[in-house]
Each structure stands twice: as C-alpha cells, then as structure tokens.
Write a protein that binds this ligand. Structure first.
Ligand code: COA
Length: 154
C-alpha cells in the first residue's frame, strides 16, 4: 500500500489573546523593532481586524488591518521566517483586503520601509502604488528611516 502525503491546509481565523506568546516569538524574530504584546492586545480591543493563518495548529503568519470611514490601513503583515516564499504572505494580504472590502473600505493604505525589498515587491505585485513618504517614520539603528506610503483602490 502506498503512503499518500496530504499537504496540511492553510486556515485563517481571528487572533486571540492566547496566540500572543507564539505571535511575539515570530514578531521578535522578524523585526528589529517589534510590536509589543500590548500593541497587539490594544488592536484587538480597539476592534481592528487581527488575523492569524496557520497549518495544523501552528501559526505561520498574522496581520492587522483597521477599517473606518471607507478607508483601511494595513498595520502589520508577517510570515514566520522558515515559511516564507511559499505564497503565505500573498494569501494573508489578500485575506485582509477581503475583510476590508467586506467592511466597505474603498481604499487600503500602508507604510513600508524603503529597504524592505520583499514586502515592496509583494505590494507592487498586488497593485499598490507609491503615494508619498513619511519622513523619519521608523527607528533604524541609532537613527530613523523614512516610510513609503502605499495605497490601492479596492
Ligand atoms: C513580506 C512578507 C510578509 C512576504 O511573505 P512571503 O510569505 O514570503 O510572501 P510570498 O511567498 O507570498 O511572496 C509573494 C511575493 O512577495 C515578493 N517576495 C517575497 N519574498 C521576497 C524576497 N525575499 N525577495 C524578493 N521578493 C520577495 C515576491 O514578489 C513574491 O512573489 P513571487 O513568489 O511570485 O516572486 C515576509 O517577507 C515577512 O513576513 N517579512 C517580515 C515582516 C515584514 O517586513 N512585513 C511587511 C511590513 S510592511
């Protein structure tokens, strides 16, 4: 009898407080200036759409988007380091955009570091355009880095 290997399905669900230890482990390994657990908690309490995606009970990525008055703002999008380049970031981004659409957002905005080539390529390939920049927006080493502001009509 031959063994049949089934790929574990990717699923999306709303983020819970109980996810924070696992999320913080990923967050700290992915960003030099990670969000704190309190920021994620505040986002959940503020009613932002906070989602995790995972396979077989393991969180592989997460994202946070706020929607109000017809506008949405992507605040975080992150995929576990060892799980990148498998299409998860794109699926997560599309999922968050579908949530924004469902809440009647007509546009989505985000900030990204100019040095973040992988994220910039992802956003460009999903139809985001560069709208401007915010000076000294991000901490970087002892100094600051500008943010690019990207946007896309929904
Ligand atoms: C940005 C990020 C979410 C992408 O996640 P991912 O699961 O690797 O992305 P995908 O596999 O879905 O790739 C989608 C596209 O992104 C681009 N991309 C992703 N990684 C890339 C890399 N290392 N170099 C160049 N382009 C890359 C490509 O255009 C890719 O499409 P392709 O595979 O058809 O070429 C991930 O790199 C990440 O979590 N980075 C750290 C956190 C972060 O910077 N978040 C964004 C903050 S604004």
């Amino acid at each position: 009898m031959s063994a049949i290997l089934k790929e574990t399905a990717l699923n999306f669900r709303p983020m819970r407080e109980a996810d924070l230890p696992e999320i913080m482990e990923i967050e700290r390994s992915c960003y030099q200036h990670p969000w704190s657990a309190t920021i994620f908690s505040d986002c959940m309490h503020a009613g932002y759409s906070c989602w995790v995606c995972g396979k077989g009970g393991i969180i592989e990525g997460y994202g946070v988007i706020s929607v109000a008055a017809g506008e949405s703002h992507l605040l975080n999008l992150c995929v576990r380091g060892i799980s990148r380049r498998q299409g998860l970031g794109r699926k997560l981004l599309r999922h968050l955009i579908s949530i924004a659409r469902r809440h009647d957002a007509e546009v989505v905005f985000l900030e990204v570091r100019p040095s973040n080539d992988s994220a910039r390529q992802l956003y460009a390939s999903e139809g985001f355009n560069e709208l401007g920049s915010r000076r000294d927006y991000y901490p970087r080493g002892n100094g600051r880095e500008d943010a690019l502001i990207l946007g896309r009509a929904l």
